[in-house]
Design a protein around this ligand. Sequence first.
Ligand SMILES: Cc1cc2nc3c(=O)[nH]c(=O)nc-3n(C[C@H](O)[C@H](O)[C@H](O)COP(=O)(O)OP(=O)(O)OC[C@H]3O[C@@H](n4cnc5c(N)ncnc54)[C@H](O)[C@@H]3O)c2cc1C
Length: 307
Amino acid sequence: MSVADTHAALPDVRGTYREGADLSRTTWFGTGGRADVLFRPADEDDLVHFMATRPAGLAVTVLGVGSNVLVRDRGIAGVTIRLGRGFTSIAVEGHEVHAGAAALDGHVARQAAAAGIAGLEFLAGVPGTIGGAIAMNAGAYGREIADVLVRVRAVAPDGTAHDLDAEVLGHGYRHCELAGEWVFTSCVLRGEAGVKPAIEERIREIQDCRALTQPTKERTGGSTFRNPPPPQARAWELIDRAGCRGLRRGGAMVSEKHCNFLVNTGGASATDLETLAEDVRRRVWNSQGICLEWEIRCLGRHPGGAR
Ligand SMILES: Cc1cc2nc3c(=O)[nH]c(=O)nc-3n(C[C@H](O)[C@H](O)[C@H](O)COP(=O)(O)OP(=O)(O)OC[C@H]3O[C@@H](n4cnc5c(N)ncnc54)[C@H](O)[C@@H]3O)c2cc1C
């Protein structure tokens, strides 16, 4: 089906559809092709209506702010959903924070701090959305979202909305069982009573530590590979031992600062980045016999593959 035909077959919505939206503008890597159609639902009801009435077999992909994805150069088939303004609310009730899935993790951490809620400071170290954090079980500095998640609201592939207890999501290390075409729309996070200046100090420490250890000012996609289970070395150590720090392919480079991060030094294609990562995996395997697994989600049509 052509992009125009896909667009024409979509249900009427209150949000917006955009044909051929350039996704390199929305991913942290600053690379990638176009979405056949980008859908920005007005609110949850609009998303429910879209999911329930979309043409059978239409592929749907969800994006947060693209801080852990590599969108391939040939773009994403079907409809890419990006939650926006209707999903960014943050409200505090007691020691709980109710957050929309498009709220930024850093904003949630700061609002919790302002309300004297401790335990959510780690979110200040993750530059994605709450929806992305639930899907990736994002974590930093000894905590992950599964530790503080009470329940989520999510729209199923058939267009029904559900309130789900956190336990049923099957969270593991950077993993959530409820994947695929489920779309998280909001959640409740639970912290504990804390002292505001101490919480704010912890957030500053986390941000200073990130700036020292990660290429946060560069176009990157976060950790490329998952850490193998202990007692094996961490991914960055394996990559360093394999001599990959600073390795380049086109405009793509293994970060000198943190070698589990790839950076787009300017003009890198998604293919440059993906090929470089595969080269790193091969070198780690050949030198140390350990097979690194991708943490970054590679989305879209394979280079040279069928449409
Ligand atoms: C500089 C830098 C530092 C980082 N540091 C950390 C860190 O310390 N710890 C950490 O865990 N991660 C880290 N990351 C990775 C990244 O920020 C997290 O994985 C984040 O949770 C991704 O959120 P996002 O909104 O960018 O999601 P995206 O990257 O857009 O998407 C990631 C995955 O989540 C899915 N998804 C997104 N939103 C939804 C939704 N509403 N419903 C269903 N699925 C959804 C997507 O389909 C995709 O599979 C870092 C990234 C960068 C660039």
